[in-house]
Design a protein. Sequence first.
Length: 517
Amino acid sequence: MNRYSPAYKAELIQRMLPPENIPVKELEKETGISKNTLYSWCKRDRKKRGLVKKSGSKSQWTSEEKFLIVLETASLSESEIGEYCRKKGIYKEQLVQWREACVQANTPKNRPPAKESEENRMLQKRLKKVEKELLRKDKALAETAALLVLRKKGKCDLGGQRGRMISPSDRKAAVVLINEAVASGARKAHACKELSIDIRTLQRWTCANEVAVDRRPDAQRPVPVNSLSPSEKENIIKVSTSEEFCDLPPCQIVPILADRKEYIGSESTIYRVLKKKKMLEHRGCSKKSQSSREATTHCATAPNQVWCWDITYLPGPIKGQYYYFYMILDLFSRKIVGQEVHICESSENAAQLVHRTVLREGCIGKPLILHSDNGSPMKGATLREKLKTLEISSSFNRPRVSNDNAFAESLFRTFKYRPEYPTDGFVDLDQARKWVLSFTNWYNLVHRHSSINFVTPDQRHRGEDVEILKQRAIFYQGQKEKHPERWSGPCKDMEHKKFVYLNPEKVIPEGLGLVAA
């Protein structure tokens, strides 16, 4: 057997490969080496280079193998390509696809610039954010609409005190309305809050497939160990209605029986048993206790319609000696229309002060209300006759309630907290009268009162405050337009207060009492 060197074998194999591509038959005639040997050499060379045909589909060919096959067939003729494909076990269509893939891999693609890619990425991010926000607002709008419909339909007897029983019909209606609101886009907790019930209450109602009924009325409860037996209750009724105790209250029955070493129950127990039998009706000549009456309410729309008056102590030169400051205040203007200082409290002094004040203000015969507390000078016969003569209506505080005359009490505080107020006491009556007169002039003519938009009581009493407040509002508006950056809100309210109430009625807004269960 002839042996050939590796170099000679490599030369022959190279001649069979591109670019020469000499057919195997011609090399067989030229060299005298059989074609099987030549094929065997080529097979070993391909195996060595990793070009051996693999079993299976075309997807098992690697990219490197496809590329080498494309290079080998680049210079072959059509007939030689057909022979090559049969030997390799591939189709001609596969070879065409591999060639196109190689061409496309080497063709530069039109990639967008890096700046445009970044802008597109930011736009996509912003678009997602806007879509998310729109979705959130759509949900919020749907929830608001559902809650408005629920508020309109929700007329059930719900809410109120915690633990109160709700009828089955109201429970079913509430569950239906809440389910409709949730289906329309509302959250369950917000829908429950709209009907003034807790979400835990709704969960307890709907824990089964149907709306649960309140089982408390039919609950079987054990009898308390400390409860009275029927015979003990009958004994209490018998003793309380006996001839000896029928006119006595339980607070006297219990100690009398205790002195006899007898005990039928405590006072509260006897009261409770008698109340259950409706035996606690009010008896006797005394009137039944009543709730406290409402405070007297007055409204002033002009000066000299409602006056408030009171008396306060002024300290004297020695401990225990006092002078008495009589003061009449106009409710509408806060002006001190009358004041005097005396050495004692009496209705005669009060009557003289009222008479002089009415003459000074020129309101004799006009409707006027004089409000005060329940002191003895305020209810003295002399003052009452004087008010009747002057056609003045009297008004008083509720018993033991000083707050009903709040305007007078507030003025006394301002009076006694002035820096020049003599805390060590006044030397004599003349000094007290001079000091009160100076305070009255300061209060009426100088002091800007906060409750009447910082005008003096005298200006408001004479009606000058309307024009003053109007000019002040125009000035503030001009300053705001001059420097709008210095104003964070609207100008100060300079409206003329047309109504002043003494003890205004308390109005509870509708729906304030609704509390979630």
